[in-house]
Every structure is written in structure tokens, then in C-alpha cells.
Ligand binder design. Sequence first.
Ligand SMILES: C[S@@+](CC[C@H](N)C(=O)[O-])C[C@H]1O[C@@H](n2cnc3c(N)ncnc32)[C@H](O)[C@@H]1O
Length: 256
Amino acid sequence: MARGYESAWQDLGRNDPFFGVLTAEEFRKERLTPEALAAFWLSGETHLERLHDLFKHHLDRELAPATAVDFGCGVGRVLLPLARRSTTAIGIDVAPGMLEEAQRACASRRLENVELRRFAESLAVVPGHYDFFHIFAVLQHVPRPQGMAIVRALLAGLSDGGLGALHVVYQLPRRSAWRRALRGARGGSALVRGVANLCEHKRWREPYMRMNAYDLNEVWAELQNHGCHRVFATFTDHGGARGVLLLLEKQTTVSL
Ligand SMILES: C[S@@+](CC[C@H](N)C(=O)[O-])C[C@H]1O[C@@H](n2cnc3c(N)ncnc32)[C@H](O)[C@@H]1O
């Protein structure tokens, strides 16, 4: 059975996948115009271009992986442009609806080097080694112990000399006690969630997207444990959720 946070994503994947990825009203299913859809896909291209430029500028590395993994790929916003730079691109997500949408997007663009996988309990779904991984806007929705297990598994599977783009939120938006209580209630029964949703001016059936902050000390320790010898950090801020996007390189010979 899906755990709480996973079933919220499964709901979103089934009912409103584009809004689940970028939470803005124009990406709601019933409002999605061709222009909004074009802007959605462009945002993924722009994101990847920026990563490419940052890797080049700060780590003097080209982003041209043999095997790339996009963990929590959603509908493929970043996975699709990543596939164009990679020999093989693997997209992993917990929500079947997201993966179906990504599959449709790949087929309509005739992208044949993409593999889509459902993440269940372990990262054993990632075959062997990969030389690039990307995880963006995902970990904050995963409880910290499971999220750190994902970080460790992604770092362990990265080949020597490989690159990673790891996004971690370290501080949640500051909220009043009343707003915190409402958010807590949204994690409760369907009825309680519905009422709390209305109080927050959201839709009755809006799934609860859990937010979790991570301890950056723990993350840095894992980077060092896994032989990441160069890291470039840039800040992110999503509606007051403050984070860092860490661009990392694993050293060629790892001494643990
Ligand atoms: C906000 S979306 C971001 C999608 C994509 N990374 C992007 O930037 O376009 C978060 C995605 O993470 C997925 N997700 C959440 N928890 C996950 C988990 N434990 N394992 C795999 N995917 C997960 C969700 O289903 C959703 O597609």
C-alpha cells in the first residue's frame, strides 16, 4: 500500500500531473492552454541549459552523460531535454500517472533513448552505474530518513568521475501557528483535509504535498563519504522554502 506522501503524488499524477510538477494555476488540467504547455516544457529546457552552463563555468565539465538518471522525473520536464544530451536517460518516479504522461511526451517527440521506471522501495531499479544524476524539487516532499536513503543510493550508484545535481531544501517557509496547524490537518482524514484545504483557499480534494527540510550537515557528510571532491552550490527559493542546488563531481579514484 502507498505511504501517505506517496499516495498524494499518485493522486496528483493521476488527476493533475502538470500542476503537480509546477504548482501554478495555469498548469491545472482544465486551464492548460497550448501556450501554458509550451512555457512548461521551455522551463525544463532553460533549467537544463543553466545546469550545463554552471557545470562548464564552475567545474569545467561538459554535461554529456552516457547514462543519466532523473530521480522524481514527474512528467519529464527536465528528463526530456536531458535525454537529448545523453546516450540513455532513465526517469524514475513514484507516481504512475506522471510516468504515463512522460511516456506520451517521449513518444510524441520520438525520443527512443528514455527508460521510465517506477520507484518502489529501493533504488535497485537503477541498473549498474550512471555518470550523471539529477534530483530537483523532490526531496522536500519525502520524509527525511527516506530522503537521505535516496541521496546515499544516488551517490553510491554514481560512477567515478560522474556528476550530480542535487537539490535540497534546508528551511521551510515561516508560517504562523494557525497556518502550521492547518497544514498539519491537511495530512489527516479526507474530511479534515477538505475543511483545512478550504480554509487555505485550496480545493476540497487538493492532495496534501508534504514539505520536509533537510540538515545540510548530514548532506555534506554524505557527499564527502561518497568521494565528492568538488561541489558548487547555488541557492534556491520556492515560495519561502529555501534550499541549495549542489552541483557535484565524484573523484576518479575513491578512497573511503
Ligand atoms: C514537484 S515534482 C518535480 C518533478 C521534476 N523533478 C521537475 O523538476 O520537473 C516532484 C516529483 O517527485 C516525485 N516523487 C515524490 N516522492 C518520490 C519518491 N519517494 N520517489 C520517487 N519520486 C517521487 C513526484 O511523483 C513528482 O513527480
